[in-house]
Design a protein around this ligand. Structure first.
Ligand SMILES: C[S@@+](CC[C@H](N)C(=O)[O-])C[C@H]1O[C@@H](n2cnc3c(N)ncnc32)[C@H](O)[C@@H]1O
Length: 285
């Protein structure tokens, strides 16, 4: 095996740029940089060059970048991801910032992260608020495995984190948390089936992580019911949803025992995070 010269690497990077542009990915420079960082250089450059080109081929097939590199950074935490799990989106971080505020979450508060996937919201919140007790609830076996690994990897910077495998559509799935929870956060599936998604989502992420009924809101409605069961009076709820859904989500919450309902933007400026305060059982706003 001969060594790879800097000129050969530069040529491979240039070809990658052209191939990714042709494939229609939206952040060619970011993807090239991430793939070069992960696969080029190192002690066996010949193999690295071949691996880099294979990785570019995968990205041209619109496999999500995180599935190719094996990790994604969310709110400063490097989270392990892979085929079969939803890749956390950095755009969700304003939800974590809101949730971590002292006005939202009292000292030592109890948090449920519902539909936690590989753990983005719950682990990031725990890293910011080590005093909180966080329980992450996820149904999918593969996601739960990644979630446990991510919690273990970052144990040194996290507070109390428990991982529970559970299906939120099951009756009494959160019975143990009834009336004692200070904050519920959730980025559940919410895509309506008529929405056309980019191939990274439509073809390569689990459909159970994306879709939820005819209008996409089945699980959000279920979470509103569950939140009213588990929250203590004055407890808070934060939901991520589609940019077309703020009115529907706000109405769902206003129809239940929630008040102080508002929607704010994710980091892309889209109105995708709705928060509310639980008034208490039997009361409506
Ligand atoms: C959009 S992904 C979000 C994951 C994570 N919250 C994040 O922000 O990266 C939705 C997650 O909900 C999980 N999920 C879907 N239906 C569920 C159910 N009935 N009970 C529990 N989890 C569910 C999926 O497996 C998936 O991991």
């Amino acid at each position: 095996m001969g060594t790879v010269t800097a000129a050969e690497e530069a040529r491979a990077v240039e070809q990658a740029r052209a191939r990714l542009t042709e494939a229609g990915v939206w952040d060619v420079e970011g993807d090239v940089a991430a793939l070069a960082d992960r696969f080029l250089g190192g002690r066996r450059p010949e193999r690295s060059l071949a691996r880099f080109e294979a990785a570019v081929t995968e990205r041209c097939a619109r496999i999500p970048l995180g599935h190719i590199t094996g990790s994604v950074t969310f709110d400063g935490l490097e989270l392990l991801v892979g085929s079969g799990v939803f890749v956390p989106r950095e755009e969700s971080t304003p939800l974590v910032e809101w949730a971590a505020g002292e006005k939202t979450l009292p000292h030592g508060g109890r948090v449920l992260d519902l539909c936690s996937g590989v753990g983005a919201l719950g682990l990031a919140l725990s890293a910011r608020r080590g005093d909180a007790e966080v329980v992450c609830v996820e149904r999918d076996d593969t996601a739960v495995q990644y979630l446990r690994r991510n919690a273990a990897r970052h144990a040194d910077v996290l507070g109390s984190v428990q991982v529970r495998a559970a299906d939120l559509t099951e009756p009494d799935c959160l019975a143990a948390h009834r009336g004692v929870t200070d904050l519920v956060v959730a980025n559940p599936p919410y895509v309506a089936p008529h929405i056309r998604l980019l191939p990274e989502w439509a073809d390569h992420q689990p459909s159970a992580a994306l879709y939820s009924g005819e209008d996409g809101l089945d699980l959000i409605r279920r979470i509103a019911v569950l939140a009213a069961e588990v929250l203590r009076p004055d407890g808070r709820l934060a939901l991520e949803h589609d940019r077309a859904q703020p009115d529907a989500v706000q109405q769902t919450l206003a129809d239940g025992p929630f008040t102080d309902i508002s929607t704010f933007a994710d980091t892309a400026g889209e109105p995708r995070i709705t928060v509310a305060r639980f008034t208490g059982r039997g009361e409506t706003s």
